[in-house]
Design a binder for this molecule. Sequence first.
Ligand code: SAM
Ligand code: SF4
Length: 455
Amino acid sequence: MIDFKKFEKYSKPGPRYTSYPTAPEFSDKFTQEDLIELYKNQDDNRNISLYLHLPFCRSACYFCGCNVIFTSKEDKKVRYIEYLKKELSILKKYLNTNRKVSQMHFGGGTPTYFSPEQMKEIISLLKQTFPNFSDDAEISCEVDPRFFTKEHMEVLKAGGFNRLSFGVQDLNDQVQKTIHRVQPYETTQNVMNIAREAGIKSINVDLIYGLPHQTAETFHETIKQVIKLNPDRLAVFNYAHVPWLMKTMRKFDESTFAPASQKLVILKDTIDFFTTNGYKMVGMDHFAKPEDELFKAIKKGELHRNFQGYTTKGGADLIGIGLTSIGNGIDYYAQNYKDLKSYEAALDEGKLPTFKGYKLSKDDEIRQFVIMELMSNFSLNIKRVENKFNIKFNEYFKEDLPLLQEFVEAELVSMDDEKIQVSPTGTMLIRNICMPFDAYLKKIPENKRRFSKTI
Ligand SMILES: C[S@@+](CC[C@H](N)C(=O)[O-])C[C@H]1O[C@@H](n2cnc3c(N)ncnc32)[C@H](O)[C@@H]1O
Ligand code: SF4
């Protein structure tokens, strides 16, 4: 039995590294003109990966950290589609939209809070703007099972969607009531049946550990129930508690949260449970069946991390569409406005709704590569970094490597001239293990770091 008590000291604020540099580094000095210039110089042979943000939800789940607008008003959705049309037509002026699209993801909010007819319209708008989807494109949508009908499924199927991700979070009654998301098991079972009958081969389920009132016992019950649904993939997220950003999180009584050592017990139990029941661990919070492409990608060292978690499709330029969406090319990040008013105002002026962004320096690119490799594959081929960037690793990171030493001494990481390898227990602390390579984090004193806790 691992003594998790001694790991409590690692429970500190730290990035989840869905990007590097992380979003707080994005700056409004990066403008639509910068983005237009970058689009102009993009390689037409690189694939496009599309992310569309559909921000509306009917009611607030108190744990939610996503960019959401709560509404019951139909006209808001109609208006949003009108502005998406504007955004796509402006985008078309600056980006070669005839490039191959290898991936498209609808995220939210609750995309299926739009009616089936509205979703049909949105899909056809995107397909008109981007006419060249590759035959094996991954097309996915986040689905709240409480807002999903057979008619939605038909529209998604006709639109070529081949992956669905269902939000479940937790099945315990008390937890569900406290997080303000009551979703009976049967609701999830029902929508999974609809998806399977429609021939969807890749179904993901999202769970969260660290929610109020969860214990190792209650969460074990949840995962035992969930595995009966036989999902192809699972994401088991660590609850990111950021009450200074998200008002609804302030409703929680923090004394009902499991302490860090208990959260590690829950995580370890989850890993043991899924890995002894036919799944493999992928990255820091995903599980997939061994025949799943995600797992095959790890074996080839080709797993990539992006804003949606993990993907096998690297080498594409991510184009973010809609409110708050983030795009990402080889050397930049670009984020759209986060409030509707500014988003609409930019589009009314015929501009791209670029709010902030970041142009990566050479140092950023090197550190991004190192952090993303560790986050995805839990190991780093040092020679590969040296050859790719023409550096001497030990020399380049001479100020950072001493910070990795405490993890080496705790046997969470091993390192020689060829390789950094994270141990199985170390994978649970992967965010901490990446932090020594983050040049920006070092500039912020520990007590001023505004990130969710790593454990
Ligand atoms: C944008 S939601 C989309 C899914 C859909 N709206 C639903 O709730 O079913 C994507 C996922 O993010 C995860 N999530 C949201 N807030 C989180 C938080 N504060 N910490 C960790 N995971 C979170 C949840 O697991 C959720 O299913
Ligand atoms: S978890 Fe999903 S349904 Fe709940 S508020 Fe967040 S985006 Fe909306």
